[in-house]
Design a protein around this ligand. Structure first.
Ligand SMILES: CC(C)(COP(=O)(O)OP(=O)(O)OC[C@H]1O[C@@H](n2cnc3c(N)ncnc32)[C@H](O)[C@@H]1OP(=O)(O)O)[C@@H](O)C(=O)NCCC(=O)NCCS
Length: 160
């Protein structure tokens, strides 16, 4: 069974180890997650979650309020949205349906808040696997956009 729980400093070594994996570098080449600083920091506009399979961590999900997030990464975005980042750590856990289960839990958690109208995702333009993954779950392509040096596709899942 897949469950989500809040990430904390005990997850530091595992998250840093996952950061060295090629499939994770490929999906997020620019970002420095600064785990030592961020893991003990629990701002109201962010949740950092470990996904566990039968109690063992297999992946990570971040959910932010892009309107309130302090770096304003998403730029001009309306209130009452959420934005999600997701990855699975070990290559051996890819393509087993775990990502779909993780994403469903995250989506349910977002829409539990009645005010939330949509969930945004920004995979690299080149990450075709992720595009398929999100489209399968009902996300719709919105636009192409550059974040820093990265060419991204924006998808949104509107509240059903
Ligand atoms: C994107 C990501 C989270 C998806 O998670 P995942 O667990 O691999 O996704 P799923 O297993 O649900 O689906 C992936 C594929 O496995 C297939 N699959 C799902 N369940 C399966 C099963 N039980 N047996 C065999 N194949 C299965 C799906 O059909 C899908 O096929 P496709 O690649 O042809 O579209 C994961 O691939 C990942 O961490 N990628 C690297 C990081 C990344 O790109 N993150 C997104 C950045 S925006």
């Amino acid at each position: 069974m897949i469950t989500l729980r809040t990430a904390n400093l005990d997850d530091l070594d595992l998250l840093k180890y996952w950061d060295t994996k090629q499939h994770i570098i490929d999906c997020d080449p620019d970002e420095d997650w600064d785990w030592e600083v961020q893991l003990p920091f629990f701002p109201p506009w962010r949740e950092q979650l470990m996904a566990e399979l039968d109690g063992e961590p297999i992946g990570f999900i971040q959910i932010i309020d892009p309107y309130l997030e302090e770096t304003q990464y998403w730029g001009d975005v309306p209130p009452n949205k959420r934005a999600i980042d997701i990855w699975i750590g070990e290559e051996s856990n890819l393509n087993m349906g775990y990502g779909t289960m993780m994403m469903k839990l995250a989506i349910d958690a977002c829409f539990k808040n009645e005010a939330i109208t949509g969930i945004l995702i920004d995979p690299l333009k080149s990450n075709l696997k992720a595009h398929r993954f999100y489209e399968r779950m009902g996300f719709q392509f919105i636009e192409e956009r550059k974040f820093g040096d990265s060419d991204c596709f924006i998808f949104e899942l509107k509240r059903p």
